[in-house]
Design a protein around this ligand. Sequence first.
Ligand SMILES: [Fe+2]
Length: 385
Amino acid sequence: MMRPMKLAGSQLMFGEGCLEFLAQLDTKRASLVIGGHSMEKSGILDKVVKILEENKVEVSIIRDVEPDPSFKTVITGAKKMLEFEPDTIIALGGGSVMDAAKTMWVYYEHPELKTLEDILPPNDFPKLHIKAKFVCIPSTAGTASEVSRSVVISDENGMKHGIGNMEMMPDVAICDPLVTLSMPLATTADTGLDALTHALEAFASTRANYLSDILATQSAIDIINTLPKVFKNRNDVKLREIMLNASMVAGLAFTNVSLGIVHSMAHTVGSYFHVPHGLANAIILPYIIEFNSQNEVAKNKYDDFVKQLGKDKPLQNIIRDLNSQLNIPSNFSSVIKDRSLYLEKLDEMAECAKSDGCTKTNPIIPTIEQFKELFLLIFPEKGEC
Ligand SMILES: [Fe+2]
């Protein structure tokens, strides 16, 4: 049975210059969550603070959210929020910043919650939007956390936990391509391919429907056609705008119909070997499209998509061509240094990927043995590929 679709929070802004929408927020006190220094260097942080302060908003900045944010960072940020008592939380940054800020929001709204397990199943997810509304300003075009109900937070052992609940859907998403201009090339490629993986996994999801297919198809076409151009013209605002919009639209699709085993395996190698999320997805994606093509429904959908794209080769080969244009390696051999440790962890990794929430909606649910074979396929012995 189809589940209800929710497309973003109450306000979704996109297009060049839409950052100015911040002036219309009904807020008096805002906690602004950022990562490293990129938003400072690009001048965007100053611009955001200026717009807010000109509108008599008191701003408190929570800095230094790290990539793959930890629960410790979440609790530290939530404590600062409890002291400042914001009526609005603004996340300015990439997926890690948005995910960390969303999770800080949970523990700010509910200081009685103490551990990460408190919000993991089987515990009930708490109600949000009581003390504060939540605003996202993405600085990358990829994770779509600005329109998603999910976060990924690492526990004290570095294991990543994907948590999804519609309570965490941001109230306002401000997707201004000018904010993404400072993104380095490698991040542009990795995050853009994360967005493409969102689109293609939502498209093949066993929960896909008429509306999610429209969103997923168009965003995937736009990303495939635009990403190589952005890679050559990183300062082209129009191209950045297409990528940011496409990433957001792919997010609208996947947050409703979920993903597949590219994400399950990427979360796993992210936890065990700290492979960046977008890069892991990009490497794994063509292998899984090939694997999923054993399922007739998925194969027909992929073939149909290729026709809409105006190409005439298997989708996995289109992705391989795209990856090579973006300097993405064809397997993990240059990304994970210790193959013997990878082999040692194979059983654990297969279990981890199998139990990942994204596995449930893949066209084929692999057995543990199949997961092990897939992990081996993506990290062949030298000279095997
Ligand atoms: Fe992703």
